[in-house]
Design a protein around this ligand. Structure first.
Ligand code: NAD
Length: 460
């Protein structure tokens, strides 16, 4: 473990401030070079990344490539568009400003802090880092201590390939996080739970530091009758049980039209068998729960409702089978907290209005899923609900589209990132207005006598 002495945190930040002041990171070519470095470093350490994620989460290699090392795509996208993003953009002026020109200059913020969670512990650190580098910042990174092997690999990669005056990793848990939060940063980018998000925002408020909070919550998945059942069950099974359900945008619970519920349960049972065999404990493609604490928390949910598929678990392996629970009540703990594991409760509705009312009675979710080909139903759900994002007739795939900003609303987060949104999140957009000297109209200058009629005309 490459440990940065916690007492040294102030020095690292100071060194980064000096480095930032040299202006080096303002050079777009420097940023592109650093993004290329980062890509090369990831490629060089691919095997260590795969092994670390296997050790932390028993993550199948395919999932590691699909959801962690795939962050290379973010780097390529940023490299491709960075020259354009970083150019000042002309802004329109109204006719009464005819002697002026207006432009918006994106400029880096300075030294930023990135704090990550354990569930996609590599990608959820590197992806915001791409935005921070692209926008021209220095960064301090605090990976999750709970995915300790991945935290180690990140620390090694960054220490080997980057000057700590530019990018540095601070490893550790709550203590390290709180030491960092006691310092002043120019932006804090946090991914984690809503409760800790509040602690981050309170700490940031002390210095008026802007924050991006990528939080969690209970993401509903509505299933209507107008669907292709075979595709629906596969897409739900994949999105829910990838990484053993430890995905911030996994469908948290199903809201199913009563008339299709039985078919849906049968279909999910079939697709689970196809994906993970008769006993998912033996499948090389099924992950494990990150820690004993989370395992214990999840096992208590199994007491709620009626388990219709799965329910088996092995504490020694932190294994919980893909599980469907029917007949849950909204007061059950499984319907009160974010599940964040391989347990999927089913709630039926007879009219879509009931499903919408249920969603609207709860904090705004990070994702909302709707399976339906019915256009008017799609529009109704889009119009009448609010969520960080929506994905229709699929799950989780919205996270892979670089042109779509990714983030929550209300309790599920503040701000967003991915693609250009990452660049914008880590930039200040400086408005610059320029006048010329060829004309100097007197209408705004004192003395004001006799000028009111003209001013009123201009406002009209
Ligand atoms: P967490 O909030 O417990 O921890 C996140 C980070 O905060 C870790 O690095 C941890 O060390 C630090 N931390 C924990 N307690 C702290 C404290 N008291 N003070 C300061 N720092 C502290 O989250 P987690 O358990 O690692 O991740 C799970 C949560 O993250 C879920 O709610 C999930 O939905 C959410 N999440 C959201 C996204 C997203 O993109 N919106 C992605 C992944 C996970």
């Amino acid at each position: 473990m490459i440990t940065t002495e916690l007492s040294n945190i102030g020095n690292i930040i100071q060194t980064q401030r000096y480095f930032f002041q040299t202006g080096k990171t303002k050079d777009v070519n420097f940023r592109i070079e650093q993004l290329k470095n980062l890509k090369q470093a990831i490629i060089e350490h691919e095997q260590s990344i795969v092994e670390a994620l296997k050790a932390d989460l028993h993550k199948p290699e395919v999932e590691t490539y699909l959801t962690e090392i795939s962050v290379i795509k973010d780097i390529d996208y940023a490299i491709k568009h960075l020259q354009n993003w970083s150019k000042p953009k002309k802004a329109a002026v109204s006719w009464d400003f005819f002697s002026y020109s207006a432009k918006i200059y994106p400029e880096p913020l300075g030294v930023v802090l990135i704090i990550g969670p354990w569930n996609y512990p590599f990608q959820l650190i590197i992806s915001p880092l791409v935005g921070a580098i692209a926008a021209g910042n220095c960064a301090i990174i605090k990976p999750s201590e709970i995915a300790s092997h991945t935290s180690d690999v990140i620390a090694k990669i960054i220490a080997k390939h980057f000057d700590p005056a530019y990018l540095a990793v601070v490893e550790g848990g709550v203590e390290a996080s709180q030491k960092l939060l006691a310092e002043k940063f120019d932006h804090i980018f946090f991914t984690g739970g809503t409760a800790v998000g509040k602690i981050i925002m309170a700490a940031a408020a002390k210095y008026l530091t802007p924050v991006t909070l990528e939080l969690g919550g209970k993401s509903p998945c509505i299933v209507d009758t107008d669907i292709n059942l075979e595709h629906t069950v596969k897409r739900i099974t994949w999105g829910k049980f990838i990484n053993a359900g430890q995905t911030c945008i996994a469908p948290d619970y199903l809201l199913v039209n009563k008339t299709i519920k039985k078919d849906l349960i049968d279909g999910l049972e079939k697709s689970l068998k196809e994906f993970y065999g008769d006993n998912p404990a033996n499948s090389p493609d099924y992950a494990r729960i990150i820690s004993e604490k989370h395992f214990e928390r999840l096992v208590t949910f199994l007491k709620d409702g009626e388990v219709v598929i799965g329910g088996e678990n092995q504490p020694s392996e932190r294994y919980i089978a893909p599980t469907l629970i029917d007949n849950v009540s909204l007061e059950d703990s499984v319907m009160q907290e974010e599940i964040f594991g391989p347990i999927l409760p089913i709630i039926e509705y007879t009219d879509i209005a009931e499903a919408i009312a249920l969603i609207n009675s709860r904090p705004k979710p990070l994702a909302l899923y709707l399976f339906s080909q019915n256009k008017s139903l799609q529009n109704r759900v889009l119009q009448e609900t609010s969520s960080g994002g929506v994905c229709i007739n699929d799950t989780v795939m919205q996270v892979g589209v670089s042109s779509l900003p990714f983030g929550g609303v209300g309790d599920s987060g503040i701000g967003n990132y991915h693609g250009k949104a990452s660049f914008d999140t880590f930039s200040h957009h400086k408005s610059v207005l320029q006048n010329s000297f060829w004309l100097d109209l007197k209408w705004r200058y004192a003395p004001y006598q006799g000028k009111l009629p003209l001013i009123k005309k201009l406002l009209g």
